[in-house]
Ligand binder design. Structure first.
Ligand SMILES: [Mg+2]
Length: 270
């Protein structure tokens, strides 16, 4: 860890556990508050990147502060903040969003016009699929029509499930994107973890080279894979979807560089 100067933390299964629909208060995982406070004391930069796109980042940050986690609005990111950056950079001005109102909020904050299925728009530049528990066939049809007309196809997250208080919860955006892909034969561009778009976004926000960043998360297919591919330092935790035994059973070249059973064990390694 001698290169590490900044940290990216996952949220669900790493710092907290929420409920299935993200409505109630978070349960803070043991040692999470102490760890972030210690990093603050040391002046080590950190941010949170969740793959949950349902709520605007400021809304999530406020809920995290309520349970004692020292997280400023600017330190909280979702796939939608990555997507907003990515879409803006790629010149997309009009985006069809499949998701709850919170999904499109970071796009609108960067001046991107967002549309929902049923809106009239001559030319959609991109489709963006996020947390959308109420998706209906009409939404899938609107996305397919936009893609057939030349829109780019992007998705917040491609995970089949994530950790909640009640156990595994399904990833809606993966299921919706799979339906749209099956119609259009167009694979979605994933903008949340484990994409390198997300990793570059993190490096940019922390203003550090990839090799100086530790990525901390509970999901070997997400944070760990993203960090490994980028040449960042991967820290796995056993408090979410990946058990200690599962981390240990992975090949050395693929598992996390360091595995923690409690987040505050991190402090012993600084
Ligand atoms: Mg997680």
């Amino acid at each position: 860890m001698k290169h590490v100067r900044g940290f990216m933390f996952d949220l669900d299964g790493t710092l907290v556990l929420g409920d299935r629909m993200g409505a109630g208060a978070y349960d803070v995982l043991p040692g999470a508050i102490e760890t972030l406070e210690a990093l603050d004391d040391r002046g080590a930069p950190f941010l949170i990147l969740t793959n949950g796109s349902a709520s605007p980042p400021a809304h999530i940050a406020a809920k995290l502060r309520q349970v004692g986690l020292p997280i400023a609005d600017a330190q909280m990111h979702t796939p939608s903040t990555v997507a907003a950056d990515w879409l803006k950079t790629s010149g997309a001005e009009r985006v069809l969003v499949l998701g709850t109102p919170g999904v499109g909020e970071p796009l609108r904050a960067l001046g991107i016009q967002t549309f929902v299925p049923g809106d009239v728009c001559d030319k959609i530049d991109a489709v963006y699929v996020g947390w959308h528990p109420d998706c209906v066939m009409r939404d899938i049809e609107a996305a397919a029509n936009a893609i057939w007309a030349g829109a780019a196809f992007t998705v917040a997250s491609n995970v089949p499930f994530f950790a909640t208080k009640a156990g595994k919860s399904i990833g809606y955006s993966r299921a919706i994107a799979a339906a749209v892909e099956s119609l259009t034969n167009t694979p979605p561009i994933v903008l949340g973890k484990p994409s390198q778009a997300a990793m570059s976004f993190v490096a940019d926000k922390l203003q550090l080279p990839l090799s100086d960043i530790a990525v901390v998360g509970d999901d070997a297919r997400l944070e760990n894979l993203m960090a490994r591919e980028a040449g960042a330092f991967s820290i796995g935790v056993s408090t979410g979807v990946t058990s200690r035994a599962e981390w240990d059973a992975m090949p050395q070249a693929q598992t996390a560089h360091l595995v923690l059973d409690r987040l505050d064990e991190l402090l012993q390694h600084l």
